[in-house]
Design a protein around this ligand. Structure first.
Ligand code: TYD
Ligand code: MG
Length: 458
């Protein structure tokens, strides 16, 4: 009898290889090949029969651009990231660390959708019905009419979707669902891809809106193959520090709305509550200014938020460490080089740690100036003045480039009582006398060394 052959599947791109290799032959990623059972070819033939007969070719201008109706979830912050609400036939993937609140948020959303007359289904593969009921009670959702199905078999889930015809279904989580067409274990690349593809097709065919909960890997990326992100319409990402009560939901991809919009929630005794005015939640409260701390204004989606950047520079060993939490590590290395070259501040023999307070992740380059000022403040052991903030992108030539929508950022900081700012010259408002900037002293700079000079004289 022939030996059952296994093959190796890349957990990043889904590429396969007949033998184990350190590097994926398809996407060149290291250490991503995982052994998995091969898919038997025979019964799988018609898994993806087309939905309709061959479609007619149509002229684009003649196709009705029907506006998609959106169903608000009843949670304003969630609607904000979804671009207004759930879309019929849309598939949403929501990822995040374990225990961050994915199940909680979705249960709350389903309950308010059910109360507003939608037909909802919660499929749980991770918890029993009793556990879900317990959570619902804790959330104060007594007498909730949300239908719950504790099931992991793909066929049964699809059959239930077919017979019940819900408007919105949550699959918690896609990693627990398995299809018996494949021999590999639930959560493996092949299973996740197969199940997600089937569920997506079911959503498009019947118009049910499906929300998939996805796990994340240790590195923080959504587990399963990258193709999962391509298959779905919207990818949301839960972030935040599990030790603090604030949680951010960020849209990474959205076919029905703007990306980079964020929703802000606070975890309370009774579940997640939306925070409608999040601008000051990421500031730590120092009674007196401390060295190594600089506040910046970041613009996430449509709302400006103030975030404190902290840096600690300490004498290191022969190979000093550069560590950043919430900020890009490569960007930090680049900023240190700019600081050395253009402002003659050397950190070569120093450990440099940088952190964005509250577990936020800042990806926009407008944080550069604040990072540099926090680093020099820590290096010199000299705090920045009270009520100080800065933003602006720093280029390799040492120039300070403008941040998008600078006026809004300045206004928000002025509203919160900040008084001294170092900003890029191009962001200097023309109507400085306006009431919006009252009590604000703005120093406009064009170069890094100029910014250092301004701060030294404050
Ligand atoms: P959960 O939704 O189970 O996380 P996930 O599905 O993303 O893994 O979140 C559970 C965490 O939230 C748990 O640590 C307890 C906390 N929690 C509250 O603080 N208040 C609540 O009302 C609930 C239901 C959970
Ligand atoms: Mg969960």
């Amino acid at each position: 009898m022939a030996k059952e052959k296994t093959h190796y599947v890349c957990s990043d791109c889904g590429g396969t290889s007949p033998k184990w290799q350190g590097k994926c032959p398809s996407c060149q990623a290291w250490n991503t090949l995982i052994e998995s059972a091969p898919e038997s070819a025979s019964p799988a033939k018609n898994r993806f029969a087309s939905l309709a007969k061959t479609a007619e070719v149509a002229v684009l201008g003649d196709i009705d651009a029907v506006d998609m109706s959106r169903t608000p979830t009843g949670h304003e912050e969630l609607d904000r990231v979804l671009g207004g609400g759930m879309v019929e036939g849309g598939v949403v993937l929501i990822g995040g660390d374990p225990g961050i609140g994915k199940s909680t948020l979705l249960l709350q959303a389903l309950d308010s959708l059910q109360r507003s007359g939608q037909n909802t289904l919660y499929v749980t593969g991770e918890e029993s019905g009793a556990q879900v009921a317990l959570r619902a009670r804790r959330l104060g959702l007594d007498g909730s009419q949300v239908r719950v199905l504790a099931e992991i078999g793909l066929d049964k889930i699809l059959a239930t979707l077919d017979s019940m015809q819900p408007d919105i279904a949550v699959i918690d989580s896609i990693q627990t669902v398995y299809s018996d067409q494949l021999t590999s274990a639930p959560g493996s690349v092949a299973q996740v891809r197969e199940c997600a593809a089937h569920l997506t097709r079911a959503a498009k065919a019947s118009g049910v809106c499906i929300v998939l909960v996805g796990h994340v890997t240790k590195e923080g990326a959504l587990a399963g193959p990258r193709v999962l992100e391509h298959m779905v319409d919207t990818v949301l990402y839960f972030e935040g520090d599990t030790h603090s009560s604030f949680r951010l939901v960020r849209a990474i991809k959205n076919r029905f709305g703007a990306v980079n919009e964020i929703g802000v929630f606070a975890m309370t005794e009774k579940g997640l509550k939306g925070v409608s005015n999040p601008s000051a939640i990421f500031l730590s409260q120092h009674s007196e200014p401390v060295p190594g701390s600089c506040v910046m204004v970041t613009l996430e989606g449509t709302r400006p938020m103030l975030v404190e950047i902290q840096a600690l520079v300490d004498s290191g060993g022969p190979s000093p460490r550069r560590l950043s939490v919430g900020l890009d590590k490569d960007r930090l290395a680049m900023l240190l080089a700019v600081l050395h070259r253009h402002a003659s501040v050397a950190c070569m023999d120093q450990d440099v740690f940088v952190n964005a307070v509250g577990g936020v992740r800042i990806s926009e380059p407008a944080a550069d100036l604040a990072v540099l000022l926090a680093i020099t403040s820590s290096l010199r052991g000299k705090p920045l003045p009270k009520g100080f903030f800065a933003f602006g992108e720093v280029g390799l030539a040492g120039e300070v480039r403008p941040a998008p929508r600078g006026q809004e950022r300045l206004k928000e900081a002025a509203k919160l009582g900040f008084s001294v700012a170092v900003v890029p010259k191009a962001n200097l408002p023309k109507n400085l006398k306006s009431k919006d900037f009252e009590g604000l002293t703005i120093h406009a700079v064009e170069r890094v060394e100029q910014a250092m000079e301004v701060v030294r004289n404050l």
